[in-house]
Structures are given as C-alpha cells and as structure tokens.
Design a protein around this ligand. Structure first.
Ligand SMILES: Nc1nc2c(ncn2[C@@H]2O[C@H](COP(=O)(O)OP(=O)(O)OP(=O)(O)O)[C@@H](O)[C@H]2O)c(=O)[nH]1
Ligand SMILES: Nc1nc2c(ncn2[C@@H]2O[C@H](COP(=O)(O)OP(=O)(O)OP(=O)(O)O)[C@@H](O)[C@H]2O)c(=O)[nH]1
Ligand SMILES: [Mg+2]
Ligand SMILES: [Mg+2]
Lengths: 284, 291
C-alpha cells in the first residue's frame, strides 16, 4: 500500500494490516486502498489522520447505504396477530442465545413473546431454550419428542400464537450448514408452514453470524437467503477480538441490514447495531 | 479457479512457458488473493508468498515440466508442509487413565467432539468417562449426558461445584468406574476473558491432562491466530481439532492455527453425528484452501 511520499509508509502498512485483519476481505480492502489513493491525488486527504477518517466514512456509508433498517430493533409488524420471527444460521453461531436476548428486550418493551423450540435434533437443544423461557417467564412450544418433524413444532406454535394473540412468536431452528441440501429443504418447508397460516409471515427472518467467521459468511448469506428473504443480521461474539469486518461485504454485496450485535453470553448482551461504534472498534 | 488463472499466467506467448520474474510476480499476486479469500492469516500469507517467490525465481532453469505446473507444485507443496503431518494417534498412558481436555471458543464444537471421541475410543475397546465441566451454559450438562447415553459411556457431573473441583473429583470417579480415559468438556470461552482463561489454567494445573486439544471452527477468519496463540500460551496444547469441515468454508484458519502453535491437527469434524470424526489429511486441505 503506497500512495505518495508525504504519507508515512509505516502508516500505510499499518492501515493495510487493519483492513485485512478485520475480515473485510481482499477485494473490499483493495477498493478502499484505491479510494484512498485517488483521494490523496485529488488532495482530499493530506495526512494519516485524514486518511483514517476518510476510510471510516467510506465504511460507514457502505454499512448504511440503502439499508434503512440498519440498527433497527425488532418491532411489531403484524397488527392483527403475532409478528413471527424465524432465527436461522449455521451450527454454534449463537441462535438460541440471541433469541433469549431478543426476548428480553421485547418483554422489557412491554410486549408478549412466545418461543418455539424447533430444533428437534441436537442433544438438549429443547432443554437449553426451555431454561431461557423459564428465566424470561415466557411460554414455549416444544416438540412432542426428539427427532419429531420441526415443521410440526412450527405449525403448533403458529396456531397457538394466533390463538393466544401474543405480540411475537420467535422460532429457534437447528444449526445447519448451507451445504446440507436436505436440511435447507427442511428449513424451506418450515417457512412454508408459517406462510400457510399467515401469508405475510414470517415477518422477519434473521440470520445469525458468528463474529469470528471469515469470508464464508457471504456464502451463508447467499445460501440461507435462498430459503427466505433475510430481513436482518445479528453478528454475535463481538466481545472477543474478532472485528467482524465481513459485515461490510454483507452490506455491500448482499444488501442485508445489520440489526444487532451480540456482546456476551448473558441476557442483556445485545446491542442494536451502530455503524459508528463498529467503525471505531475496527481501528482500536 | 486458481489453477486456471495460474496456467494462464504462464502460458502467454511472452513468457513462452518459462518462469520469469514478471509471470512469477503475477502468479504470486493471484495466490496471495486466493489465500486471503480462503481466510489464511494475512501475515502468514506475506511470508508464504515471499518464500514461494524465492523458490520459483531460484528454479528458472527448470525445463522439463511446464512452468505453470511447476509453480503450482511449489505452491501446493509449500502449503501442505505448512499444514504439517496429521497424527490421529493419541498417546495413552500406561499407569492409570489418560486425561484429555477439550477447550476452545464458544460454539466451536467441543461438546459434540467429546461425544465423537468417546464413540471412537469405545469402538477401539477403551472405557471413557465424560466429565461435564461446563456449568454455565444452559443445559450443557444435559447435552453431555445425552451424548454419553448415545455412545454408552458414563458421564460425571455435579451440582454446586466449580469446574476445577468437578475435574479433580472426576479422577476419583474414573477409578470407581474403571475408566481408562477421562475426557473433560469445558465451557466455551474467549481468549481475552482473563477470568475464564485463568480457570482453564487452574484446571490444567490441578488435573494435569495428558492431552489438551483446541477445538476450532473451520470457518473462523483472521482472528484464528489470536485465539490459538493465547490458548497455546496459557495451556501448552497437544493438538488441534478442526470442526465443521463438512461445510464449504475454505479452511485457511487451519494454516493460521498450525503455524502460530506449531501443534498437530489431529482430527477433523465432518458432521454432527457421533461417527463424523476423521483423521486429518494435509494435502486434501491444501487443495481446498487453494480453491
Ligand atoms: N462471548 C459470546 N458468546 C456468545 C454470544 N452469543 C452466543 N454465545 C455463546 O456461543 C455458544 C453457542 O450459542 P448457541 O446459542 O447455543 O448457538 P446456536 O446457534 O443456537 O447453536 P446450535 O443450535 O447448536 O446451532 C454458547 O456458549 C453461547 O453462550 C456472544 O455474543 N458472545
Ligand atoms: N456440521 C457440523 N456441525 C458440527 C460439527 N461439530 C459440531 N457441530 C455442531 O456445532 C454446534 C455447536 O456444537 P457444540 O458441541 O455445542 O459446541 P461447543 O463448543 O461445545 O459450544 P459451547 O460449549 O457453547 O462453547 C452443534 O449444533 C453441533 O452439532 C461438525 O464437525 N460438523
Ligand atoms: Mg441452538
Ligand atoms: Mg459445549
């Protein structure tokens, strides 16, 4: 990364390191370096402080451009029944924990929540969500037994949520890799079951991404997006040292708004996404 | 695809199928891009590329093999050697149960891998005891009990006890169960969490596991070096396990964790079921990383 003799080469090397080590990916880093070179030639930036601010502004606008739901919290969409939210993503990304956190913030906001434990496969998955439902004091719909069809849990939960007129129904799904065709088909079927009951539902489909994930996050966004339109991302585990730079690609290439970030394992560790905070953290 | 790109770099009329400084430079740029997109740590990529460039420049006199094929061979050989040899052998001790401790970041696949390892060892005629040392994640203990039941091995868990206390008591339990392997399932933790890293260090000190394996998700990005280095510095790992390799992430993190710790990648997770634990083949992963 060299743009001219006025700018210290160490600074440029340091900036390249920040860009690449953040997980924003090769092409995004290259395009930022290009804009910086151009800006320098046009005298729009003249020293390293200005370059840093220039880069931060560039990233901020990518994160917000045309994405009016950036940082928008979950709100009632359905005025005649439950707002239904499906939570999807690969194994271990933080779905179940994020559901607990979302539920807390919704309940704190004065609305009612019902949970559906539609992970009928993994050991103790239902127990895990049940413990959270008890801590939160919300009703949970569980499968009849292990290995039963997740679509039937979704069906029962949707029925009950409508009947009881809860404000929100949040559906926990099993982790799955997008390379598993049968599991992606299963997810598709679950969404169709919901649609049959409420045509505009699910009103939100949130993809959960692990903050340590590299470039595969983009593939996850594409493939999970084929099952159902993704209305938002939650990136978890940003309380670690990972920067989550791949979010820049999620916005730029897939136009999926980032709604929240997970900052820990406790129920209050959920923050609505702030492009400003994110970009500051990139340079820490 | 990288092989095509590289073949095109060397097959132009100008280079006439020879290794020149110019086409080596172009080829190195393509490889650099491919490796970063594959999640290999960018500092490691830098050193790797300079070694490859040096080797390629030193071999300009090679006439027998086509230049492009020769360059590709340099790259994949270097990458394979960076990954190190796999070694699925577990060094069991003769005088008492062998203690294996699993550790790693949240959600990397530790508990599932404990189940898989127990399944493998039971099929090899051993008697593992599983230890539920994660007391903080909701239903973590239950999860291990379910897996133990599926495999058909005992699980030790205890209420109102700290993880170090549970692991110490497990040694006595292993005696009464006549177990010859003890596998400790620990809670996922951040390498930057002082308190939890101290807890792991304490378990290590009190229980002295014979084998400590870091369980890493194959889709992890640039941060892989940071967590792997910290766990290794605190615990002196004996091996690495790469999970979720049945996905399509390129797996470049394997290079990062191997390079920064110097430890062997012993197993790879290839699915959620108990039998989805395989030996590690560096040449297979090298070609996957190169894409
Ligand atoms: N540090 C940290 N840990 C988190 C965060 N979110 C989730 N976790 C932890 O990540 C691990 C996995 O979380 P789960 O909620 O079980 O993930 P999941 O996607 O439901 O997993 P599967 O259902 O098995 O696919 C747990 O140990 C959580 O406590 C976060 O924001 N920060
Ligand atoms: N596809 C696939 N999934 C896996 C593999 N290994 C683990 N998983 C899944 O990854 C998710 C997380 O696995 P766990 O064993 O709960 O992970 P953990 O490291 O114990 O999580 P914490 O205890 O919360 O830190 C589960 O859904 C597992 O079924 C693998 O090799 N392939
Ligand atoms: Mg879950
Ligand atoms: Mg676990």
């Amino acid at each position: 990364f060299t743009i001219g003799s006025k700018i210290d080469q160490d600074t440029l090397d340091e900036l390249e390191e920040i860009l690449l080590s953040s997980d924003m990916g090769f092409e995004v880093a290259e395009s930022i370096k290009e804009s910086v070179s151009k800006a320098y030639k046009n005298k729009e930036v003249e020293n390293d402080t200005e370059i840093k601010l220039f880069i931060q502004d560039e990233i901020k606008s990518i994160l917000k451009d045309g994405l009016e739901n950036t940082g928008k919290p979950i709100q009632k969409i359905n005025l005649n029944g439950p707002t239904i939210i499906t939570i999807i993503g690969v194994n271990g990304s933080g779905k179940t924990t994020s559901i607990a956190k979302l539920t807390k913030s919704i309940v704190d906001g004065g609305h009612s929540v019902m949970l559906a434990a539609a992970d009928t496969f993994r050991a103790a998955a239902v127990e895990q969500l049940t413990i959270w439902s008890e801590r939160l004091g919300v009703e949970i719909v569980k499968p009849a037994k292990t290995g039963s069809d997740p679509a039937s849990v979704v069906y029962d939960a949707t029925e009950l949520a409508i009947q009881k007129n809860v404000d929100f129904l949040i559906i926990d799904t099993a982790g799955r890799l997008h390379t598993q065709k049968d599991l992606m088909a299963q997810l598709h079927k679950m969404h169709n079951v919901i649609k049959k009951k409420i045509p505009e539902a699910p009103h939100e489909t949130i993809l959960i991404l692990d903050g340590t994930t590299g470039q595969n996050a983009v593939v996850q966004g594409i493939e999970f997006g084929k099952v159902h339109d993704i209305t938002g991302l939650i990136m978890t585990k940003l309380d670690g040292s990972a920067k989550g730079g791949v979010l820049i690609r999620m916005c730029k290439e897939l136009q999926i708004p980032i709604r929240y970030i997970g900052m820990g394992e406790q129920i209050d560790d959920l923050e609505t996404f702030s492009p400003e905070k994110f970009v500051d953290a990139l340079f820490e | 695809d990288l092989t095509e790109k590289l073949t095109n770099v060397f097959d132009t009329v100008r280079s006439r199928g020879k290794l020149t400084e110019e086409n080596i430079g172009q080829a190195c740029d393509s490889v650099r891009k491919a490796l970063i997109e594959a999640d290999v740590n960018f500092t490691i990529v830098k050193d790797f590329i300079s070694r490859v460039r040096e080797q390629a420049l030193g071999e300009q006199k090679v006439k027998k093999i086509k230049a492009g094929d020769y360059f590709i061979k340099i790259v994949s050989d270097e990458l394979t050697s960076l990954l190190g040899e796999g070694n699925a052998e577990i060094p069991f001790v003769k005088d008492g149960p062998t203690i294996i401790m699993m550790c790693g970041l949240q959600g990397s696949g530790k508990t599932t891998t404990v189940g898989k390892l127990a399944y493998k060892l039971k099929n090899e005629g051993r008697k593992p005891l599983l230890v539920a040392a994660d007391i903080q994640r909701p239903a973590a203990i239950e999860q291990l009990h379910v897996l133990g039941e599926q495999v058909g091995v005992p699980v030790f868990s205890k209420q109102n006890s700290t993880p170090p206390e549970i692991c110490i008591e497990a040694l006595a339990v292993a005696k009464s169960e006549n177990a010859d392997v003890i596998i400790l399932d620990t809670a996922g933790r951040l390498h930057v969490d002082e308190e939890l890293m101290n807890e792991l260090h304490l378990i290590n000190k009190k229980v002295k596991p014979h084998q400590t394996y870091l369980v890493v998700d194959a889709m992890i990005g640039q941060d892989a070096v940071n967590s792997a280095k910290e766990f290794n510095d605190r615990l002196e790992l004996d091996g690495l396990i790469l999970t979720k390799l049945d996905g399509d992430s390129r797996g470049g993190a394997a290079i990062s964790i191997r390079h920064v710790t110097g430890k062997t990648i012993k197993f790879v997770g290839m699915g959620e079921k108990l039998d989805a634990l395989e030996s590690f083949y560096p040449d297979r992963l090298a070609s996957r990383i190169l894409g």
